[in-house]
Design a protein around this ligand. Structure first.
Ligand SMILES: *[C@@H]1O[C@H](CO)[C@@H](O)[C@H](O)[C@H]1NC(C)=O
Ligand SMILES: *[C@@H]1O[C@H](CO)[C@@H](O)[C@H](O)[C@H]1NC(C)=O
Ligand SMILES: *[C@@H]1O[C@H](CO)[C@@H](O)[C@H](O)[C@H]1NC(C)=O
Ligand SMILES: *[C@@H]1O[C@H](CO)[C@@H](O)[C@H](O)[C@H]1NC(C)=O
Length: 372
């Protein structure tokens, strides 16, 4: 089975479960209103003056009866607590909640320029489908036919309506997924940043990782890369150009071979060269970055051409010490949730994917501006 097919199937399953989840969620709101939601950040205290027991509290309110003793001033008093999130004046701005001028009897969820949450948008759409005359109906204060208290609507019907709504308005799902993705991304970033903080020494100052550029530079770029990956090759050339242009940059190299035996072999060879003759490291590294077809013979020739004994280097490369460095790099990459190569950690911030010279310079300028 090809990757594309797998992706399609995965997407279909994801969409199906998402719809199922949202249908369940909205149906829950309709049939089991959450009376005591978990606090989510700042919440506004609302005191309920319900003294009667459950069954009576659910009984329809006779608004006309209540209006006989109504007092507009007292109403204004009551709405003070709403001002935190709403405005009541004509053309007033939307706040956390929408502007409420002239909303009585108007279509629900239709205040202009107000972005309703997907859950509310779905709920309002359901109510509009349920009472389609609401737009043209004369304004009535009789609320006895509100949807949630109507016991004749069964769950199946509601689910069907919501499903139809979601299928006709898939952008609601897309928006929900965007929000979900955004949240996941933020969570991931937070854990990654925490991990970087706790492992700084290992990430940008470990003595076993080869360093290019200024060893005491105040901008540290840690590169996770593979000698067989073409984007890593390009990315490394940009790094070389950068350290030639800017003498305050320290580049820490963390070979992270993920593309098979030749990758692993090359990575262990360069680390061995770094141990045996650190001054020759940069030449060997640069040549391997240039090398398009990596073979044992080509690597041996490169070593010999630079006055290194391939047998000695291979011996060094096979040592446990080198394997431990590569294992450590892989462990760091795994904990940083690096999904591919190249990936960089620039002054403590993970930046996956190749970065060109211009982008690198911009990132560095931004860091400098921040520090000043
Ligand atoms: C409005 O509230 C204030 C203080 O909370 C109170 O003194 C006043 O009597 C109230 N006005 C009306 C009309 O209920
Ligand atoms: C980084 O390593 C050098 C020696 O290689 C050491 O002098 C320095 O204190 C280290 N810095 C940190 C922040 O660990
Ligand atoms: C290396 O970086 C340090 C700190 O930014 C700087 O003081 C020093 O001059 C740099 N060394 C060279 C050779 O540029
Ligand atoms: C490693 O990077 C962090 C984050 O920018 C920085 O604070 C720290 O000084 C760096 N350590 C070394 C030794 O360069």
């Amino acid at each position: 089975m090809s990757g594309i097919e797998l992706n399609k199937i995965a997407a279909a399953i994801l969409l199906a479960s998402l719809i199922a989840m949202m249908v369940g969620f909205v149906a829950n709101i309709l049939y089991k209103p959450i009376l005591h939601p978990e606090p989510r950040g700042y919440s506004i205290p609302i005191t309920q003056d319900v003294t009667s027991s459950g069954v009576e509290a659910d009984a329809p309110i006779n608004v006309q009866e209540l209006m006989k003793n109504a007092n507009a001033e007292a109403g204004k008093n009551t709405t003070k607590k709403c001002l935190m999130c709403h405005t009541f004046d004509k053309n007033g701005p939307n706040k956390v909640g929408p502007n409420l001028w002239n909303v009585v009897g108007s279509n629900k969820g239709k205040v202009e320029n107000y972005k309703y949450s997907p859950a509310l948008a779905t709920l309002f759409a359901y109510k509009t489908i349920k009472t389609p005359t609401v737009v043209s109906a004369p304004i009535s204060l009789d609320t006895t036919n509100e949807a949630p208290s109507d016991p004749s609507v069964d769950v199946k019907k509601t689910e069907k309506i919501i499903q139809d709504y979601l299928l006709n308005n898939p952008e609601v799902i897309v928006r929900a997924m965007e929000i979900l993705q955004q949240r996941k991304k933020q969570e991931l970033e937070a854990t990654t940043n925490q991990y970087i903080k706790e492992n700084l020494q290992e990430i940008n100052n470990s003595t076993t990782s080869p360093v290019l550029g200024n060893n005491s530079g105040n901008i540290v770029i840690v590169s996770f890369y593979d000698y067989k990956c073409s984007y890593c090759k390009k990315g490394d050339k940009y790094l070389s150009q950068l350290i030639n242009l800017d003498p305050t940059i320290k580049v820490v190299l963390k070979p992270f071979p993920i593309l098979g035996d030749a990758s692993y072999y090359t990575a262990s060879i360069v680390l061995a060269v770094y141990n045996i003759d650190p001054l020759k490291f940069k030449t060997i590294h640069d040549e391997l970055v240039e090398m398009q077809h990596i073979t044992n013979e080509a690597v041996d020739k490169l070593l010999t051409d630079n006055g290194l004994d391939p047998v000695l280097v291979a011996e060094e490369a096979n040592k446990e010490e080198i394997r431990n460095i590569l294992a450590k790099n892989a462990e760091l990459a795994r904990n940083l949730k690096i999904q591919g190569v190249p990936a960089y950690v620039i002054n403590g911030k993970l930046m996956p994917g190749m970065i060109n010279l211009e982008q690198l310079q911009k990132i560095i300028t931004d860091i400098r501006n921040q520090n000043n």
